[in-house]
Design a binder for this molecule. Structure first.
Ligand SMILES: [Zn+2]
Length: 411
C-alpha cells in the first residue's frame, strides 16, 4: 500500500538585476490587488451585508484585465492565487469568529508585509541549475538537496527575504504505507533548555555554543533597536541588523535540527516526545523560553516528517509529571526545578533528572504504541537494564516486576 504525502523544498535563487526588478514589481502589483480585494469585500459587507466570494472576484478579474495593463503583465495564475489568498484569510477569519476566538479582521499589507507570490500549477519549470519562470525568464537556482525523482511538483512560491530571494516548491511524494509491527529500538526524548534533548538511554544534545552566541547577539541587537528613535535612519539600519541576525540564528538552528532529527530517525524506530501543546499549558509560566519553544516544535516537526518518509513511528504523550514520577517505581518524587538529580526515597533510584523524565516519556509512548509486545526482549530491555544499574541495590530479577512490563498485557 502506498500513501501520498506533501513536502516543501526551499532553495535560494539568484535573479539578475533585471529579473529582480520584475519580481519586485510583481510583488507590488499583487499586494495592491490584495488590498483592493480586501477593500471590496469589506465595503460590500459594511454597506449592504453582501458576501463576496472567490468566484465573484475571479469573474471581475477578467473585466479588470481588459483595462489594467499592469495586471496583464503578471502571470495569470499568480494573480488568481492572490484572490485565493484573500479568500483563505477571510475563511480563517470567519472560522475564528465562529469558534469565538480572538478574530482579527484580515489586514492590509504594507510594502514590507507582502513578500511572496505563487505559481499554483504551471508557469514554472525546474531544471538542474535554472528555474524558468513564465514572463520572468531563466533564474539561477542552488539546489542543496534534490527533490525525489518520482515526486510531483505542485506549486512554486517565490519569496523575498530582505536582500535574498527563494523558491519554495510543494511536492507530492508517494511513500510505502509503513508497517508498524516491528518496533525494536524505541527512544523517549525529554526537551529542555540547558540540554536541548535528553534521551532515555542517557545521551544528550546541548544547544551548541555558536547558537547560544548568536542568540545573545540577537537579544543585544533587539535591545538597541527598541532604544533607537522611531523613523530615523538609524532605526532602519538597526532593524536590518536584527532581521539579519534572526536569519543567521534561524539557519544555524535549522541546520542543527536537521542533523539531530536525521540521526534520531536513522537510529530509532519509535520516537516518543512530550505533547508540546499540553506541555505549554502545564509549564509555560516557569520558563523563559521563546527561543527553545521554536527549537522544540521545529525538532518534533522534522522528526515527524522524516519518520513518516522512513516508515518509522512517532508518538506524543501527556507530559504531566514526567519529571516528578520515578521511572522505576512510578511514585511521585517532588523536587524543585533547580534540582538536577532524581533521588527516589521509595525505591532508591538515583538518576539524572532529565533522563528519568525521558524514560517516563518512553514508557508512556510504549503503552500507547501497539508494537510493544514484539520488542520486549530486544533493546528496550537493554535500556531498562541500564536504568537498573543506577539503582543503589539492584537485583536482575526485579525486571519482571517493573511497572511498564506489568502494564504491557493491558494493551
Ligand atoms: Zn522510585
Amino acid at each position: 500500500m502506498t500513501a501520498k504525502i506533501k513536502r516543501t523544498f526551499k532553495y535560494r535563487i539568484y535573479p539578475n538585476r533585471e529579473q529582480k526588478s520584475i519580481l519586485e514589481t510583481w510583488l507590488d502589483i499583487c499586494r495592491v490587488l490584495y488590498n483592493d480585494c480586501l477593500t471590496e469585500r469589506r465595503d460590500a459587507w459594511d454597506i449592504s451585508q453582501k458576501y463576496i466570494s472567490y468566484y465573484d472576484q475571479c469573474n471581475q478579474l477578467r473585466e479588470i484585465k481588459t483595462f489594467d495593463n499592469e495586471i496583464k503583465e503578471v502571470h495569470s495564475q499568480v494573480i488568481q492565487n492572490v484572490l485565493k489568498r484573500i479568500d483563505k484569510s477571510f475563511k480563517n477569519f470567519f472560522r475564528r469568529v465562529k469558534r469565538r476566538e480572538k478574530a482579527g479582521y484580515p489586514r492590509y499589507k504594507g510594502k514590507d508585509r507582502y513578500d511572496s507570490f505563487t505559481y499554483p500549477q504551471s508557469g514554472f519549470k525546474l531544471e538542474d541549475k535554472k528555474l524558468i519562470l513564465s514572463k520572468i525568464g531563466s533564474v539561477n537556482i542552488k539546489k542543496h538537496r534534490d527533490i525525489p525523482e518520482d515526486a510531483k511538483i505542485k506549486t512554486c512560491t517565490i519569496e523575498r527575504e530582505l536582500d535574498r530571494w527563494y523558491a519554495c516548491f510543494t511536492v507530492e511524494i508517494e511513500i510505502e504505507e509503513p508497517n508498524y509491527e516491528a518496533i525494536t529500538n524505541p527512544i523517549g526524548i525529554d526537551l529542555g533548555i540547558s540540554h536541548l534533548i535528553t534521551l532515555s538511554n542517557g545521551d544528550m544534545e546541548d544547544n551548541p555554543r555558536y547558537l547560544v552566541r548568536s542568540e545573545g547577539k540577537l537579544k543585544r541587537r533587539q535591545k538597541k533597536l527598541s532604544k533607537s528613535k522611531k523613523q530615523s535612519n538609524n532605526r532602519t539600519k538597526r532593524r536590518f541588523e536584527v532581521v539579519k541576525t534572526h536569519r543567521t540564528v534561524r539557519d544555524q538552528r535549522t541546520d542543527l535540527l536537521h542533523k539531530i532529527s536525521r540521526s534520531l530517525v536513522n537510529t530509532y524506530d519509535l520516537i516518543v516526545f512530550e505533547d508540546l501543546k499540553i506541555r505549554n499549558m502545564l509549564k509555560n509560566h516557569h520558563l523563559a523560553k521563546s527561543i527553545s519553544d521554536v527549537s522544540w516544535s521545529q525538532l518534533t516537526n522534522f522528526v515527524s516528517y522524516k519518520a513518516e518518509e522512513a516508515g518509522k513511528r512517532v508518538e506524543f504523550v501527556n507530559p504531566r509529571n514526567t519529571s516528578l514520577e520515578c521511572s522505576n517505581c512510578g511514585k511521585i518524587v517532588k523536587k524543585p526545578l533547580s534540582q538536577r538529580t532524581h533521588k527516589c526515597p521509595f525505591c532508591g533510584l538515583v538518576m539524572d533528572r532529565d533522563k528519568n523524565a525521558a524514560i517516563n516519556i518512553l514508557n508512556r509512548g510504549l503503552r500507547k504504541s501497539k508494537g510493544f509486545s514484539i520488542c520486549q526482549k530486544s533493546s528496550i530491555f537493554e535500556q531498562l537494564k541500564n536504568v537498573g544499574q543506577e539503582l543503589s541495590e539492584f537485583k536482575p530479577e526485579d525486571f519482571s516486576k517493573r511497572r511498564m512490563i506489568q502494564e504491557a498485557p493491558m494493551l
